[in-house]
Design a protein around this ligand. Structure first.
Ligand code: NIG
Ligand code: FE
Length: 417
């Protein structure tokens, strides 16, 4: 009850108008009905010496200061001098619902152990499963809230988060509820790993699809599967995803992270929203993805964190694939919640331009989450989610490697940070 009324008061505040004025630049990607690809991916619209006017949680107008009309009534003003506005960032791939950490594993990897070896030895994902099962729903909610605060500080105003560290009925459903309660977009990653109480992946899937899916489908918006050697094979992933689609969930896949095991053809066949990772994707996979409507979600922080090859992003972009960028924030393979850092990696390691990077973690990421009509652009009618960069040029988003580039974050027309 108390929380409900607090939310009501916040919503009430959002009814007043906010004018962000005297901005050095306002920058937004283009908007189309489908994810941006080809030349459009890199064509952002920049307005110099500009303002953004927000009202009732939406963007009312964007324009040049010299065209700012007289505004009647109560308008809060925010000085944008020396700053650039970009859309609130959209992180379309995180594992933000977990307990514990893997700092010990991080040290072992630093000394030479590989991620796959640690996973095969019962560490890795399964270590986080133990901690997450022990956390309880309140603990999980506190964890997602904490991680949401970290993301917000880096300019992320919309985030997806997956379950997948419970792998039993109660903890999977508690994870999805914790994500939804915290404002995240919940994805059921029911097929992340085979938990120790099951002898085979098929037995585990019998349980997950029979016992967890019916309730998970009421909370989650999408389903995801780890299609990889040592996790689930293509036939198992197909079975899981077909059942999830029949229950009304959109489809995502973790694919081609270490090996090409059929994720791209399966994603295309099933009409998935995205296939994510792609570090091991070769030329045929690039061509197939480019010829499809499936978005390739690139996670360079994961490659960096694991010391693994980067995905063939430039080849994907040049072949005309629709790509998005995300953090993959999780305790094992990418303990990184910063989309600005991911944009820096996109420009320095993936051969993408700053404009392509911005489109990839705003409008295209919003498409992956089914929110492209409201999120990911600065244009009238979109949700008033903005990041103000402490920079004279919006490209500092990627240019200022690891720097304090985010000055202010506005969510739904309210100053959130
Ligand atoms: O996307 N690869 C599978 N899942 C996560 C990592 C999860 C973990 O290591 O805890 C990923 O990298
Ligand atoms: Fe992931």
């Amino acid at each position: 009850m108390v929380e409900g009324s607090a939310r009501g008061r916040r919503t009430g505040l959002a009814m007043s108008r906010l004018l962000v004025r005297d901005l050095a630049q306002v920058t937004t990607p283009a908007g189309v009905a489908a994810p941006l690809r080809g030349a459009m991916l890199g064509e952002v619209h920049v307005v110099e010496e500009a303002f953004v006017l927000c009202g009732e949680g939406r963007i009312e107008a964007v324009g040049r200061m010299r065209d700012l009309p007289a505004l009647d009534g109560d308008v809060e003003e925010l000085d944008g001098r020396g700053r650039c506005a970009i859309p609130g960032l959209v992180d379309c791939h995180t594992h933000a619902c977990f307990a514990g950490d893997r700092v010990e594993e991080f040290s072992l990897r630093a000394a030479g152990a590989s991620y796959e070896e640690l996973h095969a030895a019962g560490g890795g994902i399964l270590a986080t499963v133990c901690a997450t099962r022990a956390a309880g729903e309140a603990g999980l909610r506190a964890s997602v809230e904490r991680h949401r605060g970290w993301m917000l500080a880096q300019g992320t105003t919309t985030f997806e988060a997956k379950s997948g560290y419970g792998l039993d009925r109660d903890t999977e459903l508690a994870s999805l509820r914790a994500i939804a309660a915290t404002g995240g977009v919940p994805t059921w990653l029911g097929a992340h790993a085979v938990p120790p109480e099951f002898d085979s992946a098929d037995d585990y899937l019998d349980f997950a699809l029979g016992e967890v899916l019916p309730e998970a489908a009421r909370i989650a918006e999408a389903a995801d599967v780890f299609l990889e050697r040592g996790a689930f094979d293509a036939a198992q992933a197909c079975r899981y995803l077909e059942a999830c689609a029949a229950a009304g969930l959109a489809l995502r896949l973790h694919g081609d992270q270490f090996t090409e095991a059929g994720a791209i053809p399966l994603a295309i066949e099933l009409g998935a929203r995205s296939v994510d990772h792609l570090e091991a994707t070769g030329a045929a996979g690039v061509a197939a993805l480019a010829a499809s409507d499936v978005v390739g979600v690139l996670l360079p922080a994961s490659s960096l964190f694991l010391g693994r090859p980067m995905p063939l992003a430039r080849a994907l972009v040049e072949a005309g694939a629709a790509v998005a960028l995300a953090t993959d924030f999780n305790p094992g393979s990418a303990f990184c919640e910063s989309l600005p850092l991911v944009c820096s990696l996109a420009c320095t390691q993936l051969g993408m331009s700053p404009a392509q990077a911005l489109s990839a973690c705003t409008v295209n990421a919003a498409h992956v989450l089914g929110r492209a009509g409201r999120k990911g652009r600065l244009a009238p009618g979109y949700d008033a989610d903005l990041v103000l960069l402490d920079a004279p040029d919006w490209r500092y988003l990627a240019y200022h490697l690891g720097g304090p580039v985010v000055a202010e974050v506005i969510v739904g027309g309210e100053r959130a940070r």
